[in-house]
Ligand binder design. Structure first.
Ligand code: ACO
Length: 435
């Protein structure tokens, strides 16, 4: 599918430069009437560039994958609302939708599921790699290196004419195995091979929690929760990690290298690492015995540059629709398990305080997807340092879909922003003995 199919040029915007010179810039309009001033010719015509640190207001591409309206709290994958997909779809079907642009029919769905099952094993030699890491290794470091390492087993990936669909199936299936193996290794348990009778998410839970000495039955409620969590994380248009995947891929780097870069970008606490940071924050509040209100006061006073982790979003300035679904799921999972989690109570009370507080209201800071996901992961038995890995597994189809869209777009250029230089002007080199 050509990502530019729905983008139309509708009129021009006039820019007057300090010299009085005028530039007429085309206005591009997308299928949901989002408008952009196309500045691609600006520098050649005028010598000016645009400056937009953090890409707060820069469209890096057109894309037909995900529509997001941060003001209205809308998120849709290929036109389908996140609420409907979370309720009615499963992760494999949603992955197919993101990657291929359409929901699969029965045969396509079956074939895709079978392919994912068939490719779930990793090369036996890769098991040795896990032995080289110290017990303290963060699973995101292990995962990113393992994803890069996978490219060494499929060297034809360097050839852009190789079977891209096969690489996509491999990566989608095997990364799940690598993630579970990294966890098993970190706790010193034997690696559990995938079980082909199980569906994608159930198979992941099996590899994570089964041990050879005992029968492990995957709880349907856990399987549903993982499916929903993965669907909610599956894509989010041009976020930090996805833009990284596109940027790395734009140089011609192969799919494995591009996805590994996405994993690393996701690791940061301001992005995917926030789910781990939320739990650490809640644990800190609990351990210190202070109430959430005091913590929020510290955040407002920017004490030690504190932030209320799991709050705020670059694009959602109303609410994050994913957080609403997760809050409900969180209650469901905990009620079903008959457990209470003191961290959930702290989270709820902090959320209540923050949502009424002028600091958060005026800055439009609302709970994001990570505020409740960590509590659900805890309930499922997933350790804190694996939370961001869970996010990476969910985000995989989105990264893949964007990489595929980019390589299939004939207008793709290598990502290469400009800058405004602020360093010294030209000066003469002074020999060491004269300085
Ligand atoms: N707690 C307290 N204050 C905050 C928070 C927060 N969570 N988020 C933003 N602010 C404040 C900033 O201090 C800043 O205040 P100022 O104007 O007085 O300087 C203002 O709100 C704007 O913040 P920016 O960092 O400029 O906003 P930006 O859009 O760049 O940041 C981000 C978005 C990174 C998500 C931010 O809200 C944040 O750090 N949140 C906490 C981390 C988090 O939950 N990340 C997960 C995001 S969702 C995801 O990646 C899946």
């Amino acid at each position: 599918m050509n990502s530019d199919m729905a983008a139309e040029t509708k009129g021009t915007a006039k820019l007057t430069l300090p010299s009085g010179k005028e530039s007429n810039l085309p206005v591009i309009v997308g299928s949901e009437n989002e408008s952009a001033v196309d500045i691609r010719a600006l520098r050649a015509e005028t010598g000016f560039i645009t400056l937009d640190t953090g890409y707060m207001n820069t469209g890096s591409t057109t894309s037909a994958i995900t529509y997001l309206d941060g003001e209205q709290g809308i998120l849709r994958y290929r036109g389908y609302s996140i609420e409907e997909l979370a309720e009615k779809s499963d992760f494999v079907e949603t992955s197919y939708l993101l990657i291929n642009g359409q929901l699969p029919n029965k045969q396509q769905r079956e074939a895709f599921g079978q392919q994912l099952t068939r490719h779930s094993l990793i090369h036996e030699d890769m098991h040795h790699f896990f032995n080289g890491y110290p017990q303290t290794a963060h699973p995101m470091a292990v995962l990113s290196s393992m994803v890069t390492s996978m490219s060494t087993y499929y060297p034809d990936t360097m050839d852009r004419n190789s079977d891209i669909d096969l690489h996509i199936t491999r990566i989608l299936s095997k990364v799940r195995t690598l993630a579970a193996f990294a966890y098993k290794k970190s706790i010193g348990q034997p690696l559990m091979y995938p079980k082909n009778s199980l569906k994608y998410c159930a198979n992941f839970l099996h590899m994570m929690f089964a041990v050879p000495s005992e029968e492990y039955v995957v709880s349907p409620i856990f399987e549903k929760a993982v499916n929903q969590l993965f669907i909610l994380h599956a894509d989010h248009e041009q976020n930090c990690s996805t833009s990284t995947v596109r940027m790395v891929g734009s140089s011609g780097a192969n799919l494995y290298a591009s996805i590994a870069a996405g994993v690393l970008a996701l690791w940061g606490p301001l992005h995917g690492g926030a789910n781990q940071a939320v739990i650490e924050m809640l644990e800190e509040v609990k351990a210190s015995g202070i109430d959430g209100k005091k913590f929020i006061e510290d955040v407002k006073n920017k004490k030690d540059n504190r932030r209320l982790m799991g709050f705020g979003h670059r694009v959602y300035k109303n609410f994050d629709p994913r957080a609403k679904i997760l809050k409900k799921m969180c209650d469901e999972v905990l009620t079903h398990m008959g457990v209470t989690d003191p961290l959930l109570d702290i989270a709820k009370s902090m959320e209540e305080v923050a949502l009424k507080d002028d600091y958060f209201i005026s800055k439009k800071l609302y709970p994001n997807v990570d505020f409740y996901s960590g509590i659900i992961y805890r309930a499922l038995g997933i350790p804190t340092n694996m939370f961001t890995v869970m996010f990476a597994l969910g985000r995989l189809p989105g990264w893949i879909a964007h990489w595929k869209e980019m390589v299939e777009d004939k207008d793709t250029k290598i990502g290469r922003p400009r800058q405004i230089y602020t360093g010294p002007t030209e000066r003469k080199y002074v020999p060491l003995d004269q300085r």
